[in-house]
Design a protein around this ligand. Structure first.
Ligand code: NG6
Ligand code: CA
Length: 503
């Protein structure tokens, strides 16, 4: 016993040390922020001092990609480390009443970190479905949801700012839910007698540009129909403040344990209704003002980490779920010559780089060299495996199969060869269309001329009826189609894509 005691104490001390060394992880996933939307990514008409500071204290990546060019498939791939096109059902933009799209037995980023001793929290946009196969019952416990896929705490909106139900859910319950005013939601047609946007255009304070003129909430028409829950409906102009305060409270409450915060902002998704203190603050209209509001959120998170003396022991990652878009359904853009995706071609929803190459900033003082830039090629799929490596966790066999440990990139270490060789992007669904990235080559198969998305994306996202091949090292803007000039490379890329998408 006497002999064992010092050994035991030593083992305990090592365990504690390891615990102390595990950094907190804050992952800020912005919505619809493009490659050209931030000051540190060369935007000029908006000011993003906090994000620029984050970048100056860490590393700014220039070749990081969302797994898809729309929200739901990106988020599911990010949290599970599996391409969404491999996963059924609901791999496209989910309606607000969709069932939970992540099987509760999968290894996820939060479940893996929870296993590693982290307190895990999700704040902001969920948009991954809720409830069993028939979707959620809004008037009782709403589950399974974030808590059943690995989060200890969740405060969230079910889908998007422009989709019903326009309510916040905390853990399993809707905030301010009144049993006397039960909530009903439909995506099939009108329910109840509430006025709709199509019948009452005069009640709309923000004009829609897409065809959805369904439920009116706070003068904004939303996609889908909702009745009831009058007291529970959110105020758009307070949404960023609400999420920010919940995020700060989570950090505060978790400060004595390693924690993982997944802060999925609503900014800068439509409808863009920033708080009054931002209105008119940018030179790029409401969309720009909404970027300013996002920057404030990031600044407040950074300040909270400083205040609690946690900054040095916290890895902060900032990125976005898909590329930028100007008009995404509301007259909240204004007429500005603003290149939300910088030099990149295409927008949100596109298979061109503008759809999925995004800002990605990582800061971890003392571990990630300040003020650096990295051209390392990686995707949000890689976050799970990288965080597993960071925390000394093992991912069970067969889980997170598309995730590659790119921790060496985050830490600025040199690698002999690229850690990620290929990337198959899509914009939803399981059947494509897909694009393939391999090394510096990009291949987009011939389409049928279909638009890949959204009114705001206009023709730029349209799939051409011919195969496209680009060399991104020379032509980041995808202007020169080399398919005809390089038939051997084209055939190689075609064959590689066909092989990779075998499910
Ligand atoms: C589209 C909406 C768009 C936006 C998007 C989801 C139309 C015409 N457009 O269907 O407004 O809500 O869905 O965005 O309805 S995402 O970032 O969540 O993928
Ligand atoms: Ca999005």
């Amino acid at each position: 016993m006497n002999l064992l005691r010092p050994l035991l104490l030593a083992a305990l001390a090592t365990a504690c040390l390891q615990g102390a060394e595990k950094p907190n992880i804050v992952l800020i996933l912005a919505d619809d922020i493009g490659y050209g939307d931030l000051g540190c990514y060369k935007a000029t008409m908006v000011k993003t001092p906090s994000l620029d500071k984050l970048a100056s204290q860490g590393c700014r990546f220039t070749d990081a990609h969302s797994p898809a060019s729309t929200c739901t498939p990106t988020r599911r791939a990010l949290l599970t480390g599996v391409y969404s096109w491999r996963q059924k059902p609901g791999s496209s933009i989910a309606p607000g009443d969709a069932p939970l799209s992540i099987p509760t037995d999968s290894t996820t980023l939060p479940s893996m970190l929870k296993q590693a001793g982290y307190r895990t929290g999700a704040v902001g946009k969920w948009h991954l479905g809720l409830g069993g196969e028939n979707g959620p019952n809004w008037n009782t416990d709403i589950k399974p949801g974030p808590l059943e896929v690995g989060f200890d705490y969740a405060f969230f909106m079910p889908a998007t700012g422009d989709r019903v139900p326009c309510v916040y859910v905390e853990n399993h319950r809707i905030i301010n839910h009144d049993p006397a005013d039960p909530i009903k939601v439909s995506y099939k047609g009108k329910i109840g007698n509430e006025p709709t946007g199509s019948e009452n255009p005069d009640q709309l304070t923000l004009k829609p540009t897409h065809g959805h003129v369904d439920t009116i909430v706070n003068g904004v028409s939303r996609i889908g129909w909702m009745t009831g829950g009058q007291k529970a409906r959110w105020k758009d102009e307070d949404m960023a403040d609400t999420y920010t305060s919940k995020a700060l409270a989570f950090i505060e409450q978790s400060k004595d344990k390693p924690f993982f915060l997944y802060l999925a902002t609503h900014n800068i998704h439509v409808p863009r209704v920033p708080n009054g203190r931002f209105q008119g603050s940018s030179a790029a209209g409401r969309r720009g003002d909404s970027i300013h509001e996002l920057d404030e959120t990031v600044g407040k998170v950074m300040a909270k980490l400083d205040e609690l003396k946690l900054a040095d022991n916290t890895l902060v990652i900032f990125t976005s779920d898909n590329g930028g878009v100007m008009d995404d359904g509301y007259e909240d853009v204004g007429n500005f010559d603003f290149k939300c995706n910088g030099v990149l071609r295409g927008f949100k929803g596109s298979l061109y780089e503008g759809g999925h190459r995004l800002p990605f900033i990582a800061r971890w003082p003392g571990k990630i060299k300040a003020g650096t830039e990295s051209a390392a090629f990686m995707t949000h799929l890689d976050i799970v495996a990288s965080m597993a490596a960071l925390t000394g966790s093992t991912i069970p066999e067969g889980q997170c199969r598309d995730s590659i440990n790119v921790l060496p990139y985050l830490l600025g270490e040199k690698t002999d060869k690229p850690l990620r060789e290929t990337f198959v992007a899509h914009n939803g669904g399981t059947e494509g269309p897909f694009s393939l990235r391999a090394g510096q080559w990009k291949f987009i198969p011939a389409g049928r001329g279909q638009k890949t998305n959204f009114p705001g994306a206009k023709a730029e996202n349209r799939l051409l009826p011919v195969p496209q091949l680009y060399n991104l090292s020379q032509d980041l803007s995808e202007t020169k189609n080399l398919a005809a000039e390089q038939p051997a490379k084209l055939a190689e890329m075609q064959a590689l894509l066909a092989k990779l998408i075998q499910k």
